[in-house]
Design a protein around this ligand. Structure first.
Ligand SMILES: Nc1ncnc2c1ncn2[C@@H]1O[C@H](COP(=O)(O)OP(=O)(O)OP(=O)(O)O)[C@@H](O)[C@H]1O
Ligand SMILES: [Mg+2]
Length: 251
């Protein structure tokens, strides 16, 4: 398949993953179009983080296909995978900053490693990225010296450093106060509008997801059991979907 603007950013077909006897993903089909933001919701332990890790090749599936930016990644060697990963900005559920680097150095890291920019340019870019997430005042602090929510925001700035085509966010707003969470939501909307980035956002925040996603997907017992806009899912006749969105099982 040739790479062109019409191909999906991500296309997953019949994806399966088990850990021993435990079947976590049981034949997932999911497509993210260019410029689209898809929110993935589901119970804790349902396999959302595993799904993201499969998409960047940190784990390998038992079966199925994963196409990222037009390329099948399930059979790639590590060095080929690294090339694909440059197109992806990834925010782990735990911010996973480098402990021994300052806030500023954490965000500069992908730039010094993968981008050919001057020191001045790099510094300017780091400051812009950190300003976007409201973290431009703590440049010299170490990760251990900032709060969990602040670490998350720095992680977000780092994920954006290389201007990726595709963003994968695992709980970008968990542990943040509602105002900061809303700001991160706005940032996601902005990224979509200005740069036509494609994104998957894993979240437990249904109402936040409503504001920044084009589509929501509900993962349950290894499968996608519902897919649609917030309004569509909210009015679902399915008991689990209705229950998940908080409108079911009330008498
Ligand atoms: N490396 C691993 N080895 C064994 N089991 C694993 C591994 N990674 C994940 N699992 C299991 O897969 C299941 C799904 O985990 P996952 O982290 O994807 O859940 P999640 O949907 O992200 O949950 P949460 O909302 O709490 O973050 C869990 O039961 C977990 O224990
Ligand atoms: Mg998770």
């Amino acid at each position: 398949m040739k790479e062109n603007g019409l191909e999906s950013a991500i296309k997953i077909g019949d994806l399966r993953k088990a850990f021993g006897e435990q079947r976590v993903l049981n034949g997932i089909n999911l497509q993210v179009r260019q410029g689209e933001t898809v929110a993935i919701l589901g119970r804790s332990g349902g396999g959302k983080s595993v799904l993201l890790k499969l998409i960047i090749g940190l784990q390998s599936p038992d079966a199925g296909s994963i196409r990222v930016a037009g390329q099948e990644i399930t059979k790639l060697e590590e060095n080929e995978l690294n090339e694909v990963r440059k197109k992806i900005g990834f925010l782990f559920q735990q911010a996973a900053l480098y402990d021994s680097l300052t806030v500023e150095e954490n965000v500069a890291f992908p730039l010094s490693r993968h981008a050919k920019v001057s020191t001045d340019e790099r510094s300017k870019r780091v400051h812009e990225l950190l300003a976007d997430v409201g973290m431009d005042r703590d440049l010299q602090k170490m990760p251990a010296e900032i709060s969990g929510g602040m670490q998350k925001r720095v992680g977000l700035a780092r994920a954006l450093a290389l201007n990726p085509e595709i963003l994968l966010f695992d709980e970008p707003t968990a542990g943040l106060d509602p105002i900061t969470a809303a700001e991160i939501g706005e940032l996601i909307v902005d990224l979509k509008r200005k740069r036509r980035m494609s994104a998957i956002v894993v979240t437990h925040d249904v109402h936040g997801a409503r504001t920044y996603s084009d589509r929501m997907v509900l993962l349950h017992e290894g499968n996608i059991v519902a897919e649609g806009t917030f309004d569509e899912l909210q009015s679902s006749q399915d008991e689990f979907v209705a229950q998940f969105f908080g409108y079911g099982s009330r008498s």
